[in-house]
Write a protein that binds this ligand. Structure first.
Ligand SMILES: CC(C)(COP(=O)(O)OP(=O)(O)OC[C@H]1O[C@@H](n2cnc3c(N)ncnc32)[C@H](O)[C@@H]1OP(=O)(O)O)[C@@H](O)C(=O)NCCC(=O)NCCS
Length: 226
């Protein structure tokens, strides 16, 4: 069969399959695809990945797409029950993701501890030598970065590339039922109290009190909640 005849046959079959559906039905199918397909392919791959890397988990998390995970020997990555790991841009509801969930525990003393019911959306968490804890029920908006390190010394300038400033690494503790707005950064040594809200696009460099709204660059107290 000639190439053009083959193309027209394929086109006719596609038309028969697609045309009977109205645009709204096709849109609905697309929504269902976006919702479930990342979970269908992500779950078995994550199951394999988490077994291979020795992730400690109370139960299989809800996984959409495949997270990127690095665990140094001796480091701990611990996930509680009902954790959601959304690494899929098509699955996400609020805004979009610029990358998958990234969990990196880079040395034997590093740990990432994620409690029950936490939702991570394209969140990048890097624990170089300390502990990063996220309390139960906390929601992390798309593209949030959480780190326990600066990764380079501030001074002297010519040593930045080679001096890791590991002595300034510090634990990060995020309380229970915190909501971290999209695109925020939580830097080393910060504690965020239970129930706090971090406004979108904030850079959190100091502690945030429980049940308060903080935001901006650097994040400052805005008001008490409710
Ligand atoms: C945190 C948030 C929900 C607060 O909304 P809100 O209660 O309506 O707050 P308001 O708009 O009344 O703002 C209150 C104050 O905070 C300031 N503020 C609000 N968002 C801010 C931000 N992202 N950065 C800095 N300041 C901010 C406002 O300018 C205002 O200051 P003012 O009183 O001096 O005028 C909202 O600002 C936000 O960040 N929304 C995005 C949430 C998100 O990331 N969703 C993604 C899905 S998880």
């Amino acid at each position: 069969m000639a190439a053009s005849a083959r193309r027209s046959l394929v086109w006719r079959i596609l038309s028969i399959l697609v045309c009977p559906l109205s645009a709204n039905r096709r849109a609905l199918l697309n929504l269902l695809f976006c919702r479930y397909w990342p979970q269908i392919w992500g779950t078995p791959l994550y199951w394999l990945q988490s077994w291979w890397l020795g992730i400690e988990q109370a139960a299989m998390p809800q996984v959409y797409g495949l997270p990127e995970i690095k665990r140094a020997p001796g480091a701990r990555i611990v996930l509680g029950r009902r954790v959601q790991l959304n690494s899929s841009s098509v699955r996400t509801v609020a805004a979009t993701l610029s990358g998958p969930v990234r969990l990196a525990a880079l040395s034997a003393s590093a740990s990432i501890l994620v409690e029950e019911g936490v939702g991570l959306n394209g969140t990048s968490i890097t624990a170089r030598s300390k502990a990063i804890r996220i309390g139960a029920g906390t929601l992390v908006g798309p593209n949030v970065v959480i780190v326990d390190a600066d990764f380079h010394a501030i001074w002297p300038p010519d040593a930045r590339a080679v001096s890791p400033a590991i002595e300034s690494d510090a634990d990060v503790t995020i309380g229970r039922n915190v909501w971290i707005g999209m695109g925020s950064m939580i830097l080393k040594g910060v504690t965020i109290g239970d129930g706090a809200v971090i406004a979108a696009g904030s850079v959190v460099t100091r502690d945030v009190a429980a049940n308060s709204l903080a935001g901006g660059l650097p994040a400052r107290f805005i008001r008490s909640l409710p």
